[in-house]
Write a protein that binds this ligand. Structure first.
Ligand code: ADP
Length: 458
């Protein structure tokens, strides 16, 4: 049974089974065909004899039959009987008594017709019989010609014997052929397994050999290589993410340490220490925000955030979100305008959508000048609802629009950092929107600034 766990052995076995079945069917057909051919030859001989006999038979005045065997000397070797139409045996050349055969009755045959059948006598004698009805000088006679089927069966048995002898050889050859064929076919799988075994974290750039990309195994290797491509990219992203995260964490930690160290060097007044503690707390706050963002993304990556959609009254939701972030805008004398149709509802996860909108609004506040206006527009197009956030900031160059959603990506690193950005805000927004099956786009506004649009399906 352990052997059958091997695909090669299973393939060979199946191949053998199918091959045996085909061989048996083929042999059966060949034997039947051979038998029918031999019998047809026999029947033809009987019919030819019958036709000769038909022309030779004469009726004598005392109602017996006569024929000149010298006209067809081979008839002496043949077995036949002639019966009158009254059911009386007139002639027999049979080596056995005619009584051993069933008697003939004139009504068995239609006028001029003949019939073939096979007959088995008790001691295993197989006969082929032809019965015909002829009219000789106005007298109806029945003629029964008989041939021994023994030579036919002998031929048939020899044929079967030859087939039976050949069968094991055919099976051995087929089995070996099947085994070598499956070995040859599956060899690329072994190569693939060997190569795959050698691929690890260190040499993730290596790929499996692809012998023929058009066959199934080639296709498997190509698919596996594509998987390796994806894994390699994911690994590279993870490495990049870890090193970016470490770098981001180090900056506030270094700031905290150096501020602390400098302040310890000399004795200063209370105001000075108050200031130092204030900036340490600010860095701490930045660290906390960064760690919160990292935790969110890590939970998102490991599918730990459950999306719970509910019909959300969007205007009310936006009012509350704007109110929440309003103090930040106030610090910069900015105004946040909310426009749109009240009463629009969409299926959305309140917490995730809030996260997405807050990050976009936070950016709009951060990157727009003091005293500018940020507008939040709620609208409806076909069966889609959109939330568009316009600002009066520098806008985003077209070539950067895809990149800004990547983790830790910033168009202007120093500027973002100085404004307390971590480079994760838009990555979180994108995840939060996509997790709900929705989209987010970015363009530049007609009068400058950028427009971030979240498109929700209703
Ligand atoms: P950050 O914490 O740096 O703001 P984000 O992921 O939120 O990180 O944004 C990525 C980058 O996209 C930002 O660093 C900034 O360069 C750019 N960006 C985002 N929002 C805006 C905006 N409203 N106006 C101009 N640039 C923006």
């Amino acid at each position: 049974m352990a052997l059958l766990k091997n695909v090669r052995a299973r393939l060979t076995l199946w191949y053998l089974l199918v091959f045996t079945a085909i061989l048996l069917i083929y042999a059966g057909l060949a034997v039947s065909l051979y038998y029918f051919n031999l019998r047809q030859d026999l029947d033809q001989e009987l019919q030819e004899n019958y036709e000769i006999l038909e022309n030779l038979i004469e009726i004598t005045p005392n109602d017996s039959v006569y024929f000149d065997e010298d006209d067809a000397p081979f008839l002496r070797e043949e077995w036949f009987e002639i019966w009158s139409d009254k059911g009386k045996l007139l002639f027999s050349s049979l080596p056995v008594s005619s009584k051993r055969l069933p008697a003939l009755h004139p009504e068995q045959l239609k006028t001029g017709g003949f019939r073939f059948h096979s007959l088995n006598l008790q001691n295993d004698i197989h006969l082929r019989v032809m019965v015909g009805k002829v009219n000789i000088d106005g007298h109806w006679l029945l003629v029964r010609l008989i041939k021994n089927e023994q030579p036919l069966w002998r031929d048939l048995y020899s044929f079967i014997l030859i087939l039976l002898f050949a069968l094991p050889f055919a099976l051995i050859i087929a089995g070996l052929g099947g085994y070598f064929l499956s070995r040859k076919l599956l060899r690329p799988v072994d190569h693939m397994a060997d190569s795959a075994r050698k691929i690890g974290e260190q040499n993730l750039h290596q790929r499996l050999p692809v012998v023929n990309p058009d066959d199934e195994l080639g296709n498997l290797a190509v698919t596996f290589n594509e998987l390796l491509d994806r894994l390699e990219k994911a690994f590279a992203r993870l490495k990049q993410f870890t090193s970016d995260a470490a770098h981001e964490l180090r900056t506030p930690l270094t700031a905290i340490r150096s501020t602390g160290e400098v302040s310890l060097q000399e004795n200063r007044d209370t105001d000075y220490y108050r200031n130092v503690i204030g900036s340490i707390l600010e860095e701490n706050q930045r660290l906390t925000r960064l760690i919160d963002s990292l935790l969110f993304l890590s939970r998102a990556d490991s599918d730990k955030i459950k999306v719970r959609k509910e019909p959300l009254p969007l205007y009310l939701f936006l009012e509350q979100t704007v109110e929440f972030i309003h103090p930040l805008a106030e610090e910069k004398n900015q105004r946040i305008e909310l426009k749109g149709v009240r009463g629009i509802k969409a299926l959305a996860d309140r917490d995730l959508l809030r996260e997405a909108v807050l990050n976009i609004l936070d950016n709009a506040i951060k990157y727009s000048p003091d005293g500018s206006v940020i507008s939040v527009e709620l609208g409806q197009r076909n069966d889609e609802v959109f939330i568009a956030i316009h600002d009066q900031g520098p806008g985003i160059p077209p070539e950067e629009r895809d990149k800004i959603f990547r983790r830790f990506y910033r168009v202007d690193k120093a500027r973002s950092r100085s404004m307390g950005g971590s480079g994760l805000g838009l990555a979180i927004s994108l995840w939060a929107v996509r997790a709900q099956g929705d989209r987010i786009t970015v363009t530049n506004g007609q009068n400058g600034g950028s427009v971030f649009t979240i498109i929700l399906t209703q």
